[in-house]
Design a protein around this ligand. Structure first.
Ligand SMILES: [Zn+2]
Length: 262
């Protein structure tokens, strides 16, 4: 079975469910009482809709058919923000959040970024009562979008959490498909959890392909509490799109490696 296909994505979710993991959205995690949280096995399904929103509709349908819930974070640009897709994903019972990049879009002007943030939060709230937000971490941008929170507080707007800032990573293991593999944190500038990643790597919690991850799940080697971030634009069953995504990601990883060295 091809990696990063919708077929293997479904297999991944099914394997998690067989192992007793509940598949939940980010707001569900934040709202669960700590006692409940520690007793259960769960995987927070987080999707960053960076591009190709229609692909997100495909993963959302697969999750819905399995009784799973996920959180989809949308960007403001047309490459992500497709109102029909947002509405359809809401209909499927998932959580919607704002994939913010206001600092980058406003050239680092923090007051302008705050105003831009509020405008777009209201925009997404037309479709869903957004409670969580997540930064978009473009490796090529010189701005860290989280810097907005050095001056402002999203909690004043009824936002209850941001995955990078409000997740207890001493308890929740982090997995991401950044770089179109499961160990892309090596070449990622922003999508990683620096204080815990070394520990996880040391204890062998690292896999390259989805097949390797699947085997680990089936052997009961995955920690009890997990956040799994995927970018649905990479997950496709169409052959042409699949090859394009593979070539593009390999190129990007090479560029990122060079960029980190400098
Ligand atoms: Zn993103």
């Amino acid at each position: 079975m091809k990696d990063f296909s919708l077929d293997i994505y479904r297999k991944l979710l099914e394997a998690l469910q067989r192992q007793g993991y509940e598949l939940i959205g980010y707001a569900d995690y934040l709202k669960a009482k700590s006692q409940e949280r520690s007793a259960k096995r769960f995987v927070i399904l987080r999707h960053d809709v960076d591009a190709k929103p229609l692909n997100s509709l495909m993963t959302a349908q697969i999750e819905h058919s399995l009784g799973a819930k996920a959180t989809y974070y949308f960007r403001v640009g047309k490459e992500s923000n497709n109102p029909s897709v947002v509405k359809a994903i809401v209909q499927l019972g998932h959580e919607i959040g704002y994939h913010y990049e206001d600092m980058s879009l406003c050239g680092g002007d923090v007051n302008q970024a705050w105003s831009h943030f509020r405008t777009w939060l209201d925009y997404f709230r037309q479709y869903y009562a957004v409670e969580t937000i997540c930064m978009h971490g473009a490796p090529t941008s010189k701005w860290d979008n989280k810097d907005l929170w050095k001056q402002f507080d999203y909690k004043t707007l009824g936002i209850i959490g941001e995955p990078y800032l409000d997740t207890d990573f001493s308890d929740v293991f982090y997995l991401t498909d950044t770089g179109r593999c499961w160990d892309g944190y090596r070449v990622s500038v922003r999508d990683k959890i620096p204080q815990y990643q070394d520990e996880w790597t040391k204890t062998g919690l690292t896999w390259h392909t989805t097949k390797q991850l699947l085997d680990a799940i089936e052997q009961g080697r995955l920690p009890k509490h997990v956040m799994m971030t995927t970018h649905p634009q990479r997950w496709t069953n169409s052959k042409g799109a699949w090859i394009k995504e593979l070539v593009l990601q390999n190129m990007k990883n090479i560029v990122k490696k060079l960029w980190i060295r400098n």
